[in-house]
Design a protein around this ligand. Structure first.
Ligand code: PXP
Length: 237
C-alpha cells in the first residue's frame, strides 16, 4: 500500500489567522500519527506564514514517524534544517507572493545550488527529495544531483478541467514514475490530491508515498482529524 504523509501546515495557518496559540500543529501531528499516517510534513516558509521554528523544534522531538520538511534552498532555511535534522528534506521552489507551491523545482536551471544543498543534507544524514514536474529531463537532473527521492507534482492532474486532460496528466505521472524507478530513484507524489482524485494516483505502481495537506485539514474541520486521516488511508488501500 502506498504510504500517507500528512501536511499539517494549514493547522498553523488557522493559528496564524489570530496570532494565537491554537490550534497547535504539534497536537495535530500527534492525532495524525495515532490515526496511522506514515509521515508528518511541514513547510517552513521564508515568510513564516504558518509553520515556525518553534513548531519544527517541537515536532522534531515529538514526531515518531518520518518528519519531512519542505523547504526552499535559501541559506537561512538550509541552516535551520541542518540544525534541526528532519528525517527528510523535500526541496521546493518558493515565491513569496504565491498562495501555495506553484510549480516543480527547476533542477536544470538551479542544478549547482540544488546539488550543493543535497550534499549538505547528506552530510547531516538527511534524506533528500526534489519536488519536480513529471518531465524526464528534470528527473535525470534529480538523479545527477544525488537525491534519493523525487516527489512528482500532481497539481496539473488535480487541476485538469476535463476527463481527457486528467487522463493525459495521469499518463504523464505513470510514465515519469517508470522513468524515475528505472534510474533507481524512489518516487513520492503530491499537491492538490483529495478524497475524490487520489485513487488513480494511489494505484500507480512504484509510487511510495503521497503527501496530502489541504484536503485532509479541510475535512478535519467537519469530521475531526483522526477520522479525516483514516478515511484517506482507506482510499489508499
Ligand atoms: N507536496 C508538496 C511538495 C507541497 O509543497 C505541498 C503543499 O505544501 C503538498 C505536497 C500538499 O499539497 P496539498 O495541500 O494541496 O495537499
Amino acid at each position: 500500500m502506498v504510504k500517507l504523509g500528512v501536511n499539517i501546515d494549514h493547522v498553523a495557518t488557522l493559528r496564524q489567522a489570530r496570532r494565537e496559540k491554537e490550534p497547535d500543529p504539534v497536537w495535530a501531528a500527534v492525532l495524525c500519527e495515532l490515526a496511522g499516517c506514515h509521515s508528518i510534513v511541514v513547510h517552513l516558509r521564508e515568510d513564516r506564514r504558518h509553520i515556525n521554528e518553534r513548531d519544527l523544534r517541537l515536532l522534531r522531538s515529538t514526531v515518531k514517524v518520518k518528519l519531512n520538511l519542505e523547504m526552499s534552498i535559501a541559506k537561512e532555511i538550509v541552516d535551520i534544517a541542518c540544525e534541526i535534522k528532519p528525517d527528510q528534506a523535500t526541496l521546493v521552489p518558493e515565491r513569496r507572493e504565491e498562495i501555495t507551491t506553484e510549480g516543480g523545482l527547476d533542477v536544470i536551471a538551479y542544478f549547482s545550488s540544488i546539488k550543493e544543498v543535497v550534499e549538505r543534507m547528506h552530510r547531516e544524514e538527511i534524506m533528500v527529495s526534489l519536488f519536480i514536474d513529471p518531465i524526464e529531463s528534470q528527473i535525470k537532473k534529480a538523479k545527477e544531483a544525488h537525491a534519493e527521492f523525487i516527489e512528482l507534482h500532481t497539481g496539473a492532474y488535480a487541476n485538469a478541467q476535463n476527463e481527457v486532460e486528467r487522463e493525459r496528466e495521469l499518463m504523464r505521472l505513470i510514465q515519469a514514475t517508470q522513468v524515475a524507478k528505472g534510474m533507481g530513484l524512489r518516487v513520492n507524489a503530491g499537491h492538490g490530491l483529495n478524497y475524490l482524485n487520489v485513487r488513480n494516483i494511489a494505484k500507480i505502481p512504484g509510487i511510495e508515498e503521497l503527501n496530502i495537506g489541504h484536503a485532509i485539514i479541510s475535512r478535519a474541520v467537519f469530521v475531526g482529524l483522526e477520522r479525516a486521516v483514516k478515511e484517506m488511508l482507506e482510499l489508499l488501500k
